[in-house]
Ligand binder design. Structure first.
Ligand code: ATP
Ligand code: MG
Length: 572
C-alpha cells in the first residue's frame, strides 16, 4: 500500500508529534518556557515548496507558542552561494506571510566564534590537522560494518595542531592540502562519528566575509553551534539529520556546553509527485534552459508557484493539510492544486474567455445593437461588484462547446438544440457553415429567444447547458500560457540506468494559445487572479505589456483531489 496523499492529522484540535514535544517542554518549564525556532536555508538556490513546508512549520510554531523564529542563512560554502539567493529567500519568506522581525542571521556571523571553538577542541586533544585529501579520507572511512583506518596525523601533538591550524587560517596552504578533523572514533557504527572534517581550505571570496577567510567550517560543525549561539530551543530539521544528532551532541559535550542546548527534532521531508525538489536538480533545469528560470511557472520553487498564480494562503493551507510525518512519504500534487483552487475560488475575479474560438451568429438578433449584460465579478464575495459585458449578434464560443453529432449526454450546443449563453439569452442552433475544403465548421447560425434574458427570463424554457462567449467586436486578444506538470512520471528521479530525471520531462508542459476575452480583462494588472469561467484559474504574468496581456494558467477547474476525497468518503 502506498502512503501517497496520506498525512498525519494536523488539525489544531489534536497535536502533531512536534507540538507534543514542545508542549511537554513548556509544561516542564524547560528553557523557562521559552520557544525559539529557526529556518536555516543555505543560500545556494531558490526556495521550493519543501522549504515552504519547513518555513510554515518553524514560523508556525513560534506564532502558536508566543515564541520567535530566526531566519538564518547557513552560508558555509562560498563557492555555491550568492546574495542573489539570499535576496530571493528573504522575498519568499516574506511573501508567505512570515516575519523574522529583524532576526536575520548568518552562519558567517559566527566564523570567529566557530574558529575559537575549534581551537578549544584542539587544545583538549579532540581535533587534529590531517593532511589526507578529501578523497583519501572518504576511502579510509570504512563501511558501517567495517571500521575505518586511522589517519597517520591523528596523534600529532596539540602544539603541532595549533600551529598548523593557525597557518591554515593564515593562508599558507593550498586548497585541499589539509583539513581539521574531530578526533572521535574511527570504529563507530555511526559513520558520522568517524573523525569528521570540521574545516577545509578554500581560497574563495565569500559573499559576506569577502577575503577574510580561506578556511570554511563544514555544515555539520557550523549548524549545531549556530543553533546554540542563537539560543534556539527547538531545532526542527528533516529526517536525514537524525543520524547527525549524536555528532552534534558530541560537539557540545566536547565544548563543555551543557546549558541551553537546542533540542533537535526530525520530521520527514515533503516529497511531491510529478516534480523534483533537490536544489541541484532544480539548478540543472535552470542552467540547461529547460525552464526559463528559477521562477518559471512550472518550477516547484516558491517564486515559480507565485508566478504561476499560487497564493500564500493556498501554500499555508497545503502545509497544514500535509501535516508533519515521521516517515518518508510522497504527497499527491493534486492536493496542492486542490488547496490552490479553494483559495482562488474565494478571491479570483471572473471573466469569460474563449480559447479555441468558432464564430456564432444569431440570425434574429438586430445587426447594429450592443446590449450590456452583467455578471458578478466574484460570486463568492458577498460584497462583489458587477461587471458589464457587451452582447452582440456575432460572438465567439468555444469550439468544444459545439458538436454536430453529439453523444447522448452532451448538454452543450448541437444542431436543433438549445443552450444558455451565460448572463445572456437562450439560443438554438439552426445550421452550420463549413469550409468546403477542410470540412471544418466556420460559422454556427442560431436564433435567440428575446424573452430568455438572464435575470428577467420569461421564456419558461429549461436548458441543461450554459456556455461562455465573447462579442467578437469587443473581444480583447490575449496570450494564454497553458502550463501542465513538468514531468510525466510520478517520481521523475526513478530512472533506469543510463537515463536521468530530465528524460522524464513532459514535452507538453507549456502550450501557448491566443485567446479572446470579455473587455473587463483589460482592467487586470500583473499578479491579478482571475477565473476564466468553465475553464480554469489564471494570473496575469509579468511579461504582459500595454498592448498585450499574458495569462498563466494556474490550475484547471477539474479538481482530481476532490474526487479522491469523495471516493474515500464513499468507501468509509
Ligand atoms: P537540497 O538537499 O535540495 O540541497 P536542503 O535541504 O539542503 O536542500 P537547505 O537550504 O539546507 O536545503 O534547507 C533549509 C531547510 O529547509 C532545512 O531545515 C531543511 O531541512 C528544510 N527542507 C529542505 N527541503 C525540505 C523538504 N523537501 N521538506 C521539508 N523541509 C525541507
Ligand atoms: Mg541543507
Amino acid at each position: 500500500m502506498s502512503d501517497k496523499g496520506k498525512s498525519e492529522d494536523s488539525s489544531h484540535t489534536s497535536l502533531n508529534f512536534i507540538e507534543e514535544i514542545i508542549e511537554s517542554d513548556i509544561s516542564n518549564n524547560k528553557n523557562d518556557g521559552r520557544i525559539h525556532t529557526r529556518f536555516p536555508p543555505e543560500p545556494n538556490g531558490y526556495l521550493h515548496i519543501g522549504h515552504a513546508k519547513s518555513i510554515c512549520l518553524n514560523f508556525g510554531i513560534a506564532e502558536r507558542y508566543n515564541g520567535k523564529c530566526n531566519l538564518r542563512f547557513d552560508d558555509t560554502n562560498p563557492t555555491t552561494e550568492s546574495t542573489e539567493y539570499v535576496d530571493s529567500i528573504k522575498e519568499d519568506v516574506g511573501w508567505l506571510g512570515f516575519d523574522w522581525e529583524g532576526r536575520e542571521y548568518y552562519a558567517s556571523d559566527y566564523f570567529d566564534k566557530l574558529y575559537d571553538y575549534a581551537v578549544y577542541l584542539i587544545k583538549k586533544g579532540k581535533a587534529y590537522v590531517c593532511e589526507m585529501s578529501m578523497e583519501d579520507i572518504a576511502n579510509n572511512r570504512g563501511t558501517p560494518t567495517r571500521p575505518g583506518k586511522e589517519s597517520p596525523w591523528r596523534n600529532s601533538s596539540v602544539e603541532e595542531n595549533l600551529e598548523l591550524f593557525t597557518k591554515m587560517r593564515e593562508g599558507e596552504f593550498p586548497n585541499g592540502s589539509k583539513v581539521l578533523r574531530a578526533k572521535i572514533d574511527m570504529a563507530s557504527p555511526n559513520m558520522h562519528l568517524r573523525d569528521p572534517v570540521l574545516y577545509r581550505i578554500m581560497h574563495t571570496s565569500h559573499h559576506r566575509t569577502a577575503g577574510k577567510w580561506c578556511i570554511y567550517p563544514m555544515y555539520d560543525w557550523a549548524h549545531g553551534q549556530s543553533d546554540y549561539i542563537e539560543r534556539i530551543t527547538h531545532s526542527v530539521c528533516t529526517l536525514e539529520f537524525e543520524v547527525h544528532r549524536p555528532l552534534y551532541d558530541w560537539f557540545l559535550d566536547a565544548l563543555d556546553i551543557f546549558e541551553n542546548r537546542p533540542r533537535q527534532i526530525e520530521f520527514a521531508r515533503l516529497n511531491l509527485t510529478y516534480t523534483v525538489m533537490s536544489k541541484r536538480k532544480l539548478l540543472e533545469l535552470v542552467s540547461s534552459k529547460i525552464v526559463s528560470g528559477w521562477d518559471d511557472p512550472r518550477m516547484p520553487t516558491i517564486s515559480g508557484l507565485r508566478r504561476r498564480g499560487y497564493t500564500p494562503a493556498s501554500i499555508r493551507m497545503f502545509s497544514e493539510k500535509v501535516g508533519v510525518a515521521k516517515r518518508e512519504n510522497i504527497i499527491d500534487m493534486a492536493l496542492l492544486e486542490h488547496c490552490c483552487r479553494e483559495d482562488l475560488n474565494k478571491i479570483a475575479s471572473r471573466a469569460m474567455v474563449v480559447m479555441n474560438p468558432v464564430k456564432l451568429i444569431i440570425n434574429n438578433y438586430p445587426d447594429d445593437t450592443t446590449e450590456e449584460v452583467a455578471g458578478k465579478v466574484n460570486p463568492e464575495d458577498p460584497e462583489t461588484m458587477m461587471r458589464i459585458i457587451p452582447f452582440t449578434k456575432t460572438l465567439y464560443i468555444e469550439r468544444d462547446d459545439f458538436m454536430e453529432d453529439p453523444p447522448k449526454k452532451f448538454f452543450r450546443l448541437s444542431p436543433g438544440k438549445e443552450v444558455r449563453l451565460k448572463y445572456a439569452y437562450i439560443i438554438k442552433c439552426e445550421s452550420v457553415v463549413k469550409d468546403p475544403e477542410t470540412g471544418e465548421i466556420t460559422e454556427i447560425h442560431c436564433t435567440y429567444d428575446p424573452d430568455s434574458r438572464s435575470g428577467q427570463d420569461r421564456s419558461n424554457k429549461k436548458v441543461k447547458g450554459t456556455i461562455q462567449w465573447v462579442s467578437i467586436e469587443h473581444a480583447v486578444k490575449a496570450e494564454a500560457r497553458l502550463y501542465d506538470r513538468l514531468f510525466l512520471k510520478e517520481n521523475p528521479s526513478d530512472v533506469e540506468e543510463g537515463k536521468d530525471f530530465k528524460d522524464n520531462i513532459n514535452p507538453e508542459s507549456l502550450k501557448i494559445v491566443e485567446c479572446y476575452g470579455e473587455p473587463s480583462i483589460n482592467d487586470f494588472k500583473t499578479g491579478s487572479k482571475v477565473q476564466f469561467e468553465r475553464n480554469g484559474y489564471y494570473v496575469v504574468d509579468k511579461d504582459s505589456t500595454e498592448e498585450r496581456l499574458v495569462f498563466n494558467r494556474t490550475v484547471t477547474l477539474r479538481d482530481s483531489w476532490a474526487k479522491v476525497l469523495k471516493n474515500m468518503e464513499k468507501k468509509a
